[in-house]
Design a protein. Structure first.
Length: 213
């Protein structure tokens, strides 16, 4: 096989992997809405049905946003990916496994907002998604960025790993709060994601390389 044919095959494989990933994300986001059901009371909304509906909408919005965060992270990780290899494809599938579990975890938590087991499972799914995202980043940027167009500047891998860890750190803290008995506080651990992002941007983001004339 000639170099041009090999490059064409590699490009097609890379595109298939990315298109497949986008489809999985789109389906996972769409499945979240299936838990949003209208009230069953014929007379319309009651206090109980309204409380249940608000809970489901809140879980839908949070889960949609979190899946969106992971999609944007995947987009950012792979936007300069210039070469396909099988380790990346396998780890990409591993990353999609917990992503597919998010709608189920959201549905369980939405049905029982006060149940510790449901929230703990939701946290573990988000931690697993964050951890596999970190593995994907490490695989894509291994070898000094040999799969990346233009290579990877020094410090970029650590910066990207720190950002990929943000949801995992936030929901690990949520698990800790849950174990300590702070159930309501545990439900609001997700803003920590933004804090970890800010720390990564401020301390670990590689400085732009000066352009040469």
């Amino acid at each position: 096989m000639g170099h041009a044919q090999h490059a064409d095959l590699e490009e097609r494989l890379l595109h298939r992997m990315l298109f497949f990933t986008d489809a999985v994300f789109a389906i996972a986001m769409t499945l979240l809405v299936l838990e949003l059901k209208p009230p069953e009371e014929p007379s319309g909304l009651t206090v109980d049905s309204m409380r249940s509906l608000i809970g489901h909408i809140g879980i839908f919005a949070m889960s949609f946003a979190l899946i969106g965060v992971f999609w944007v992270a995947h987009l950012n990780t792979t936007r300069r990916l210039a070469h396909f290899d099988w380790p990346t494809a396998v780890v990409n599938l591993l990353f999609l496994l917990p992503v597919c579990l998010i709608p189920f975890a959201a549905a369980w938590f939405g049905e029982s907002l006060s149940a510790s087991a449901a929230w703990a499972f939701y946290c573990w799914v988000l931690i697993a998604t964050s951890a596999t995202n970190m593995v994907l980043v490490a695989v894509c940027y291994r070898g000094g960025g040999k799969l990346i167009a233009g290579g990877s500047p020094r410090g970029e891998l650590l910066y990207r790993l720190s950002r990929a860890s943000a949801p995992g750190v936030a929901f690990a803290i949520g698990l800790g709060l849950l174990a300590s008995g702070y159930v309501i506080a545990a439900h609001f651990c997700w803003p920590i994601i933004g804090l970890v992002f800010a720390v990564s941007e401020g301390l670990l983001k590689p400085k732009a390389q000066p352009r040469t004339a």
